[in-house]
Design a protein around this ligand. Sequence first.
Ligand code: SF4
Length: 430
Amino acid sequence: MTIDEKKLRLYGVYMQDKAGHFMLRVKIPAGVLTSDQAEMICTLSEQFSNSILHLTCRGSIEFHWLKHVHLEELFTRLAEVGLTTRGACGGAVRGISCSTTFAPGFAVVQGIAQKLNRHFAGNPDFEGLPKKFKVGIEAGYQGSRHLIQDLGFVMTEDAGEQPVFDVWCAGGLGREPQAAFLLDQAVTEDLLIHLIESVVVVYRANTPPPKRLKFLLNTIGEDEFRRLLQEEMTQRPQPEPPGLGENTPLAPEGSYLEVPIFGGEIETSLLRQLATIARECAGGYLAVSANQNMNLLAASTSETKALKSALAQQKIKTEDPDILTRFRICPGKHECRMGLAPTRDIARGITAAVNKTTRGSSWAISGCLNSCSQPQLADFGIVTKKLSTSEDGEKQPLFDLYRRDGNALGKCIEEDLSASALCELIDTLK
Ligand code: SF4
């Protein structure tokens, strides 16, 4: 049977290898899922995969090592608990991310993330784009994730009738990292869908595949982009707000406990335990954090106490001084066919090399130039750039080291390092 890879991408599927294994990405708006949803994901992983799930930096969850014949059943059973994979890969509006999990304002932005997801996931008017289109919505500027979205919304006010946002546009990482520019300010919630639709239409009409919005901006310039956008917004009718439908109950905000997960690789046995604990002591919600860990909400002091006790009973750690659990790691060569380096192994080596001064910093490593772990937003980021061939014919990955200082994207400070040279350099960093 011939497999149409392009079509599969629209359903959140990438081919992992030539042996016929597939990765399936599930969209989780703002990273929040219910205990029931988490349990369904575990059941499907145990039935069709290897009982290990991958938590992404955009709050999605990935299955690996699936067979083509099982995909249809996965789609159906995920839909039974209100989850979709449609548009999680390929040229579509991707999962709506939020990195400010359970921070003040999170309940508001999480609700909007759900609405945006419902509006764009599987909406044929906004599929078939030249490449991916990433939307992020944040409760504040902490973490700077607005810089790397095609459209990033940062809530600046939540006191009036409607929340109000700064709008950042045309950011992205990959081979040519570029920070988003400030497109607009004081934009109210009711205008967001119209604005996103208009930007997507301008992008699709003017950008050659497989380029992203940042390419269009660099080609035509900000003034021309703004003119095209204004023209589209004037012509395009405002969508009816009731069409967005009702939200599932919102995960409120409050303090939370973070369960560290090395490289976002979580076994279903642990996720099941967390789903049960969340149901009994944390409002029935779990959240995938932007650092690939699991968060559990503790909305009151008594909930915090109950949660801590339930986690301790199951011997689940919530605090871990090891930097490995604060190290964003993409699947790399372990599971991704684009991967040039075994990212988790390299991360372990780096952790052993990190000195006392930089141990408290944030770290990220990506297995290729696509930068899925967002290394340019970590204090120290490592990007696998290419393979070199040694004298004895062995292929070795070479790495670039990035350093972030201030609010912009991190800058490359050293290029083409072997794994051992990288560790030696990291040992000397101040
Ligand atoms: S950065 Fe490259 S290797 Fe890592 S997950 Fe993304 S595409 Fe795969």
